[in-house]
Design a protein around this ligand. Structure first.
Ligand SMILES: [Zn+2]
Length: 198
């Protein structure tokens, strides 16, 4: 049991309390032991390794405890790195798949969810033929029907309206899409703070 808990996901916050990556319990505990990280709980309290061991005693029989002959430790769900200055990487690779993820597989004009990959097309908001670039802010996922209606026009000309203006995606949002099963309830407060989820 202890082994699988070591591979559970832990959210990592930098010194500015921004969510920057996801790590494993095993690596998080290494940081805690070295003193380079503290556990952070949803009330924004940070706990040193020693404090956390004391807190863990209250959960002695809980399922989320890792036991070794010398210590019992409640697995942390988020850690804070007070010396880590790296900022979240906000450049997501521009690809069809990431565009679909950003737009949540939804036609950005009519709102239809496009489950079948064959129904998905990529629309240039300002058409390519009129100087529109292939960049995050000018492309959206679009169903075939809307794409046909739009043709070589701007949305206004075609009588279509974007659900929302296209923006570069935040990489954290994509990370969370990749690990939906591992998303923890306790992360919500930290991700809200960073404006990642609404
Ligand atoms: Zn559509």
């Amino acid at each position: 049991m202890g082994k699988s808990l070591l591979h559970e996901k832990v959210l990592v916050l930098n010194k500015y309390y921004q969510a920057v990556q996801i790590t494993t319990v095993q690596k998080a505990i290494c940081h805690l032991v070295k003193g380079t990280a503290k556990v952070i709980t949803p009330d924004w309290t940070t706990h040193t390794f020693d404090d956390w061991i004391k807190i863990s005693m209250f959960y002695e029989n809980g399922a989320k405890i890792i036991k070794s002959p010398s210590i019992s430790i409640l697995i942390p769900e988020a850690i804070y790195l007070p010396f880590y200055e790296s900022l979240p990487k906000n450049e997501v690779i521009f690809s069809r798949q990431n565009l679909f993820l950003r737009d949540r597989f939804t036609c950005q004009y009519c709102g239809k969810i496009l489950k079948n990959p064959k129904d998905r097309t990529i629309d240039h908001v300002i058409p390519k033929s009129r100087g529109g670039k292939t960049v995050w802010t000018n492309v959206v996922l679009c169903c075939k029907k809307c794409n046909l209606k739009k043709g070589n026009q701007t949305p206004e000309e075609a009588g279509l309206r974007l659900l929302k203006p296209p923006k570069p995606p935040k990489w954290q949002a994509l990370i969370l899409e990749e690990f939906p099963k591992n998303k923890k309830e306790t992360w919500k407060v930290f991700l809200d703070f960073a404006g990642i989820i609404d």
